[in-house]
Structure formats: structure tokens, C-alpha cells
Design a protein around this ligand. Structure first.
Ligand SMILES: Cc1ncc(C[n+]2csc(CCOP(=O)(O)OP(=O)(O)O)c2C)c(N)n1
Ligand code: SF4
Length: 219
């Protein structure tokens, strides 16, 4: 592990806010033994991030960052939505893809990194909301799973299109009434873990933010 790979550009160092200096100095890399239990003493995301105050996605993101095996050699692929709001405030490589396209971008990126750096394991991690993963991006999600592309897909399931004010999502619970779906949902929640298993994913796990050390379901 090395802290050399992500640094603040010297020419901009004097105008960067202190929070960003702290982020790079005490972020998620450099320590061999770090993990989710280090949250509290490490910095993964600046405190003045642009998610709502108290948003569970912010703590979930911190757990994810703290748990990456090799953050310096990891590239995140994000998609439009609340999940994408964290990326300007973290010290990790990331690409913002067009809404729904994240798994297609990640497939190409992983293959390209393999070809460009044959001797280094470069990890690619998709992080997207349920609307991006299961509704608008389902085609791309499924194709990458069918093809056994070698990267991780993380779906932040808040059961809603939150960033655009609360439209119905496939992962929303049946009967749920949202601001932009006032009649309530008519259909059952899409069973994403089962779909992932059927599509051939090597490992499928379901976790909640409140219990980061407990996997709810492994398929
Ligand atoms: C191609 C495209 N279609 C639609 C949108 C509008 N849009 C932006 S965010 C969003 C909802 C995101 O919902 P979700 O993926 O569930 O993430 P959340 O905001 O709930 O974390 C939509 C529909 C867009 N930006 N680009
Ligand atoms: S609207 Fe988005 S940022 Fe705000 S609490 Fe919900 S998921 Fe988090």
C-alpha cells in the first residue's frame, strides 16, 4: 500500500480547504490492517459532503471505502443519483457514467485495465442506486453479470428514485406511497439477489447500514 498515488496537486495545495488535506492524509489507504472498524479514526468522506445530513448512504459509503482491499488500485464507476454526490468528496479514483450505463462502462474499464496493467490487479467497483441498477440500467447490469465480468456491483437500495424527488422504483416495496408516486406501488419488490444468482454472479450478499458486520443473506 502506498499514499503516493493520490495526492493534492502541489500548485493547488495552498487553496485547497483543510478538509481535503485531511482527507488525503488520513483517508482509506496506506494502512495494511485497516477495515470498517477504523471508521471514527480515519477519514473516508469529508464532513461537508453534499448528501442530506444523516443520509445512510454516507455511512454506507464510508464502510465500503474502509473495506476496499486496495483503494489505490481501485476505480469506482458511479451513476447519476444521490450515490454520485459523494464522489467529489473522497480520495479515490472514480468515473461518473451516464445514468444506467455504469455496468457497461465498468466492463470496458476492467478489461482495459487488465490489458494496460497486466501485472497489477486493478479493481473496479460499481456504485449506483436502485433506479440506475435495476430499472433504467437493468440491461447493462444483467449483461455484465451474464458475461461474468470481473468487477463488483454495489446497489444502494433506498427503494426510491431519491435524487429526483421520489419516483417509484422496481425495488420499492409493494404499497409504498412516495411523493411522486402518490397512488402507491402495485407490484412486489423486485428480487435483485435472486436475479443476481440466476445471472451467474459468483458472490451475492445483502447488507444493511445499521449492521455492517452482519450479512443478511448470502446466495
Ligand atoms: C439518462 C438519464 N435519465 C434520467 C436522469 C434523471 N435522474 C437523475 S437521478 C435519477 C434517479 C436516481 O435514482 P436511483 O438510481 O435510485 O438513485 P438515488 O438517487 O435514489 O440514490 C434520475 C431518474 C438522468 N440524469 N439521466
Ligand atoms: S434524498 Fe438522497 S441524499 Fe437525501 S437522505 Fe435520501 S438518499 Fe440520502
Amino acid at each position: 500500500m502506498s499514499k503516493e498515488k493520490i495526492q493534492i496537486c502541489e500548485d493547488l495545495a495552498d487553496i485547497m480547504p483543510p478538509e481535503y488535506h485531511k482527507l488525503v492524509e488520513s483517508a482509506t489507504f496506506g494502512d495494511q490492517d485497516r477495515g470498517w472498524k477504523d471508521i471514527g479514526s480515519s477519514t473516508e468522506l469529508i464532513e461537508q459532503h453534499s448528501l442530506c445530513a444523516g443520509c445512510p448512504e454516507s455511512i454506507a459509503f464510508r464502510y465500503i471505502l474502509a473495506s476496499l482491499p486496495a483503494p489505490e488500485d481501485t476505480v469506482f464507476v458511479g451513476s447519476t443519483g444521490c450515490t454520485s454526490l459523494v464522489f467529489p468528496h473522497v480520495a479515490v479514483h472514480n468515473i461518473h457514467s451516464l445514468f444506467g450505463n455504469q455496468n457497461a462502462i465498468a466492463s470496458g474499464l476492467k478489461r482495459t485495465l487488465k490489458s494496460r496493467f497486466p501485472d497489477v490487479e486493478k479493481d473496479v467497483v460499481v456504485l449506483a442506486g436502485d433506479g440506475a441498477t435495476v430499472d433504467i440500467g437493468l440491461d447493462m447490469t444483467m449483461q455484465s453479470w451474464f458475461r461474468q465480468e470481473k468487477f463488483t456491483t454495489i446497489c444502494f437500495d433506498n427503494e426510491l428514485y431519491a435524487n429526483t424527488g421520489g419516483q417509484e422504483s422496481g425495488l420499492m416495496q409493494k404499497g409504498f406511497v412516495a411523493k411522486m408516486a402518490p397512488k402507491g406501488k402495485n407490484f412486489e419488490k423486485v428480487r435483485l439477489p435472486e436475479i443476481a444468482r440466476e445471472a451467474g454472479c459468483a458472490y451475492v450478499a445483502l447488507l444493511t447500514v445499521s449492521k455492517p458486520n452482519r450479512v443478511e443473506q448470502v446466495i
